[in-house]
Design a binder for this molecule. Structure first.
Ligand code: HEM
Length: 538
């Protein structure tokens, strides 16, 4: 047999020290190596290729067993190398639930990625709070789309320090300043939803996309105020799904023209360019003595005021944040908020419409907090009085938490439990859903019961189970914003519109699309309603 393998081996061994050594002083190791080379010499290309494949397959299974240790998970990789890759392209909620039930720690391996899922409350909390061992896991292409210097890629102290400068933009006091412009958007969209229903003869129609649009408009308005035009809002709202698609967990890491990632990057660049211009306008407005009415204004005001003060809080703003930096941060706010907030909006409207008793109580409370005076504008005091409305939002977040799991990556071997150490490089995923459906804290966890949140109740005291917004150094920056905006939104829609949901067999089924949505995409109709008399207009 004359093969290229033979040639290579001959070349490699010709005059080699190995040959010499084998002849001069034959030791066991050298003889073995030499006999392997002899075996290879006699093999064809095909045989070598087949042998390499076998070695790879065995290594794939052995590496899986070593990393898996004693935790739950398939006994071996049923699909060699790829693992359950195909299933991961179309994730099913029921499959996730089965995985969480399989053990406190369970695993899967997809290609070279080893994934560990933690399903108990305490393990989830431990992971979220262990920034020494883990950091948030981002898909490779995110660095290109969100740009490498974006603050979201900071870790440890650098992240904590930057985060301090952002916290001030989402305090209750700061949020109170954004409410008037948010109210205008809500009024506009109430009219739009009623108009759309009227145009459709009040027949039920899919409102999934409308919910995404109103949330995008609300977010952009609170971030950029009036510096962003209606056309720009519409353009970003229309194209934003391209960013979600580009940042899916399974995506090609290189940006090739006309692919999902390319469109995603184009959209992100377009949005960030708009935000950069808005940041300059905010700087000019504050420099001219203007009042802050949006996140960008609030940021510029903090920088402006810091010039004359030297306390710890102000020192964070002693440096000038550039327009580019502000635009990149604002883009991450949009990115973090859009899917989760749209998910909450869909479930909230569905759940409330399906429960007329809940809707009636919300309406009663909304009238009471306004003393039946419909000229009352939204403000923080008003929202803080909306106790029942707030309980409905909390229960929706518990019952259908938008974020089921938060992927982290292990920076160094991490002893997650006394019996298991997650290996460096593994993806470690704390889950939020099981803690929020823990029957010991939430009786009948699969029932929607807003009253479980009354002050002093078991649920309201179980702070450790409240993982809707994560916990630890990366806890959601927008959580207060979410509670305030949604109380305002639900209250206004309950008063001024009569909304109905058409229940289908898929309404209560969960579709996983970055976050979670009703599987039938939410069939609604809206009619105009008199807030005082309750009269409904066609
Ligand atoms: C219902 C709506 C929302 C839900 C359920 C939600 C949930 C979460 C969760 C689970 C995390 C990860 C926390 C962790 O790793 O411990 C997170 C992070 C984050 N969220 Fe939200 N979020 C929502 C809306 C928003 C909004 C409106 C904003 C915008 C201001 C926002 C901004 C952020 C940011 C910036 C982070 C990353 C924080 C960091 O890395 O320091 N979120 N959110």
């Amino acid at each position: 047999m004359s093969s290229v393998a033979e040639n290579i081996i001959q070349h490699a061994t010709h005059n080699s020290t190995l040959h010499q050594l084998a002849k001069d002083q034959p030791s066991v190791g050298v003889t073995t190596a030499f006999s392997i080379l002899d075996t290879l010499k006699s093999m064809s290309y095909l045989k070598i290729f087949a042998t390499l494949i076998c070695i790879l397959l065995v290594w794939d299974q052995v590496a899986y067993q070593i990393k898996k240790g004693s935790i739950a998970g398939p006994k071996f990789k049923f699909w060699p190398i790829i693992g359950p890759f195909l299933e991961s392209l179309d994730p099913k909620f029921e499959e996730y639930k089965a995985k969480w039930a399989s053990g406190p720690l369970s695993c899967v391996s997809i290609f070279h990625k080893f994934v560990v899922i933690a399903s108990t409350r305490d393990l989830a909390r431990k992971i979220l709070q262990s920034s020494k061992f883990v950091k948030p896991c981002v898909v490779d292409v995110a660095v290109k789309i969100l740009r490498p210097c974006n603050w979201v890629f900071l870790d440890g102290k650098a992240h904590t320090d930057y985060r301090k400068s952002l916290n001030g933009l989402f305090t209750k006091q700061a949020l109170a300043q954004y409410l008037p412009s948010l109210e205008q958007i809500m009024d506009k969209y109430m009219d739009k939803f009623v108009r759309l229903s009227k145009e459709n003869n009040y027949e039920p129609q899919v409102f999934f996309h409308e919910m995404r649009e109103i949330l995008c408009a609300l977010s952009l308005n609170s971030f950029c105020g009036n510096y962003i035009t209606e056309d720009q809002v519409r353009k970003i709202a229309d194209d934003y799904y391209l960013v979600t698609a580009a940042l899916e967990l399974v995506n090609f890491p290189i940006i090739i023209p006309y692919t999902k990632t390319w469109y995603g990057k184009k959209t992100a660049d377009m949005a960030m360019k708009i935000f950069e211009n808005c940041a300059q306008m905010a700087k000019d407005h504050i420099a001219a003595g203007g009042k802050p009415v949006c996140v960008m204004d609030a940021w510029c005001k903090l920088m402006h005021d810091a010039k004359n003060s030297n306390d710890d809080d102000s020192r964070i703003y002693h440096r000038e944040f550039t327009n580019k930096e502000i635009s990149e941060a604002v883009f991450t706010f949009l990115f973090a908020s859009q899917d989760a907030s749209s998910s909450l909006a869909c479930w909230l409207f569905q759940i409330v419409a399906d429960r007329p008793d809940v809707l009636a109580k919300i309406r009663e409370e909304q009238l009471a907090v306004r003393n039946n005076d419909m000229s009352t504008e939204l403000n923080l005091d008003l929202i803080e009085k909306m106790k029942y409305t707030n309980m409905v939002i909390k229960e929706t977040l518990r019952y259908r938490p938008p974020v089921l799991m938060v992927p982290y990556v292990v920076k160094k071997n991490f002893p997650v439990s006394p019996n298991y150490t997650a290996p460096k490089g593994a993806m470690l995923i704390p889950t939020l859903y099981p803690a929020l459906h823990d029957p010991e804290v939430y009786e009948n966890p699969d029932e929607f019961i807003p009253e479980r949140w009354v002050e002093g109740s078991k649920a309201s005291e179980a702070k450790k189970n409240w993982l809707v917004f994560g916990c630890g150094p990366h806890v959601c920056l927008g959580q207060t914003y979410v509670m305030i905006t949604f109380a305002a939104l639900l209250g206004k829609f309950a008063l001024y519109t009569d909304f109905h949901h058409t229940v289908t067999p898929l309404s209560e089924k969960i579709k996983v699309f970055a976050t979670i949505f009703p599987k039938d995409d939410l069939l609604l109709t809206f009619k105009k309603r008199d807030p005082i008399t309750g009269e409904v207009f066609e």
